[in-house]
Ligand binder design. Structure first.
Ligand SMILES: *[C@@H]1O[C@H](CO)[C@@H](O)[C@H](O)[C@H]1NC(C)=O
Ligand SMILES: *[C@@H]1O[C@H](CO)[C@@H](O)[C@H](O)[C@H]1NC(C)=O
Ligand SMILES: *[C@@H]1O[C@H](CO)[C@@H](O)[C@H](O)[C@H]1NC(C)=O
Ligand SMILES: *[C@@H]1O[C@H](CO)[C@@H](O)[C@H](O)[C@H]1NC(C)=O
Ligand SMILES: *[C@@H]1O[C@H](CO)[C@@H](O)[C@H](O)[C@H]1NC(C)=O
Ligand SMILES: *[C@@H]1O[C@H](CO)[C@@H](O)[C@H](O)[C@H]1NC(C)=O
Length: 502
């Protein structure tokens, strides 16, 4: 600020003297009060944006242009020259006509524009060559460059579940060098190898990050995500890769023959079930004893919910007698791989045997047997129910008529009673109501009479010892099973009630 008070005077004095500038020797005196300011030391700008580099001068200097140079010494480059006009240049003056403000704008800054810029006042030497008269302190321009959209690349050939394959994420052209790379499989974070950062062009970097992925059968719908975070980004950039691009799930194949065996001269359908494969390109052909069978309907793969495919190819074969034991082969070619064969045999049976011995018809026969058995069982069950019902009704009737009751042996504390009764005998207590011996009872007897025979042990065969009792109804209390009475035991007597239908 020191020169300012003198400035108006000098300017006023200098203006008429401009006419004298051409005269040698005068200019040297004029340059003494000249100064040049370049206030910015560091400027950072995003690539593509415009950067403003300030430069102002004060005082009067000898004639000569003000220029902006990028770099100093060797490798310097003039980016702006007051004396030349280049409309196509990215560099423009902020104040076009000003003789003191040499601020410039640089449009569409690129990473290559990174460097130190100097505002320089030149003066013409005696020989007419521009010489550096004064320069600013320089402004360091750094261009912040966003990384390019990340690209994820995978193996060139498809791989099968269980195989571990590398995926690489690359991005480049960013500045500054600091960058973060994260990997995800669907939403799960993954562990990657340390990224490799390389300097690409001037003041930009490239990065490459690799991750190993073990493929799985259900990866058809999975995707890898490479997420790049950089100071120039508000939201991370993502690169995606569908694992279906590199996945190959070989099919599992099954050949079914129905019906088997088949009756001679009937047709048997062979089904080739090609299950769970990816990608969809599969071809199925059929061979019968080595020669191709023409398939009328070419079935298409069906997509399953998890993204795998399934295909069902069917062929019908006439089961002639000479074809018995023929091999029917289903040849599957998946995704250009080597053909794989799966075979089944054609078995024929004679019409007579076919139905009964084996196969689908045997099931029919079994069904018939089951039906018959079922019907018989139902009839039997109904019979039993009817019998039980009859017994029930009889019991109810018996309650109103004279009865013979069989008692359990009375539970006595006397040991002798139990010893004399080793077989836990049940005895009959036949007490008839004398008043009830009426005609009515006789009538019933005539229709359906039962009698009990009470025998003593001493004379099992003697007819004269038998006592007969006419029983209207015998009520038998349930007693635990016991061994048959043994007649040898003379000390015990037993009674058996036999009911014999006449
Ligand atoms: C740079 O120059 C422009 C245009 O003359 C001006 O508006 C701005 O304030 C200056 N900036 C600095 C830091 O001097
Ligand atoms: C700029 O470079 C040229 C040639 O490379 C050199 O002659 C000149 O002296 C340099 N100028 C400055 C200011 O360093
Ligand atoms: C760096 O990355 C950029 C953009 O992704 C690319 O164009 C360039 O070829 C890469 N350079 C090197 C050396 O890998
Ligand atoms: C099957 O067909 C052939 C030719 O039509 C005939 O000769 C043969 O008797 C048939 N066999 C039976 C078991 O029907
Ligand atoms: C083959 O195609 C015909 C007509 O398009 C159809 O009637 C028949 O059921 C198909 N056969 C099979 C095995 O899909
Ligand atoms: C077909 O071959 C099988 C096995 O050799 C045999 O059991 C069957 O009886 C044969 N069928 C006919 C119709 O000859």
């Amino acid at each position: 600020m020191e020169p300012h008070p003198r400035d108006p005077g000098r300017t006023a004095w200098a203006l008429p003297c401009l006419l004298l500038l051409a005269l040698p020797g005068v200019g040297a005196q004029l340059g003494q009060g000249f100064s040049l300011q370049q206030p910015q030391t560091k400027v950072s700008v995003a690539a593509g944006e415009t950067v403003t580099l300030n430069c102002t001068t004060s005082g009067i200097a000898e004639p000569g242009p003000v220029r902006w140079l990028k770099g100093w010494d060797r490798g310097n480059k003039t980016i702006y020259d007051q004396t030349t006009k280049d409309p196509s240049s990215r560099v423009t003056r902020a104040m076009n006509k000003s003789k003191t403000d040499f601020t410039i704008h640089i449009r569409n800054v690129q990473p290559e524009d990174t460097g130190t810029y100097y505002c320089v006042k030149f003066v013409k030497s005696d020989s007419g060559v521009d010489q550096v008269f004064q320069r600013g302190d320089g402004t360091e321009v750094s261009v912040l460059a966003k990384p390019s959209p990340p690209l994820v690349s995978g193996p060139e050939q498809r791989a099968e579940p269980g195989q571990s394959v590398p995926f690489t994420c690359t991005t480049g052209g960013f500045f500054p060098k600091e960058i973060g790379v994260k990997w995800f499989k669907n939403k799960d974070p993954m562990v990657a190898q340390p990224p490799q950062v390389t300097e690409s062009r001037v003041k930009t970097y490239n990065i490459s990050s690799t991750v190993m992925v073990t493929l799985q059968e259900d990866d058809v719908r999975s995707q890898l995500i490479c997420e790049v975070q950089h100071p120039t980004l508000l939201v991370p950039l993502q690169g995606r890769y569908q694992l279906s691009r590199v996945l190959r799930v070989p099919p599992s194949v099954e050949v079914l023959a129905e019906p088997s065996p088949v009756e001679v001269n009937k047709t048997v359908t062979f089904t080739c079930l090609v299950k769970k494969f990816y990608p969809a390109n599969v071809s199925v052909s059929w061979l019968e004893n080595g020669s191709e069978i023409k398939v009328e309907n070419i079935s298409r793969p069906v997509e399953l919910p998890q993204g795998l495919f399934e295909l069902r190819s069917q062929v019908e074969v006439q089961a002639t007698e000479e074809k018995n034991g023929s091999t029917i082969v289903c040849v599957v070619v998946h995704d250009g791989r080597a053909p794989a064969s799966y075979s089944a045999f054609l078995w024929t049976s004679n019409p007579g045997q076919g139905g009964l011995s084996k196969g689908f018809q045997m099931d029919k026969g079994d069904m018939l047997i089951y039906i018959v058995v079922g019907v018989v069982c139902t009839v039997l069950a109904l019979l039993v129910a009817a019998i039980l019902y009859l017994i029930r009704t009889k019991q109810i009737k018996g309650k109103s008529s004279p009865s013979a009751r069989l008692h359990e042996p009375e539970k006595s504390s006397e040991a002798t009673t139990q010893e004399s009764d080793p077989n836990n005998l049940t005895y009959a207590d036949l007490n008839f109501d004398k008043e009830r011996k009426t005609i009515r009872r006789m009538v019933e007897m005539s229709q359906q009479s039962e009698y009990a025979c009470i025998q003593t042990n001493q004379a099992p065969n003697g007819d004269d010892n038998l006592t007969y009792a006419d029983l209207d109804m015998v009520h038998l209390s349930k007693a635990p099973k016991r061994p048959a009475p043994r007649p040898e035991e003379a000390s015990s007597e037993y009674a058996s009630v036999q009911i014999t239908r006449k």
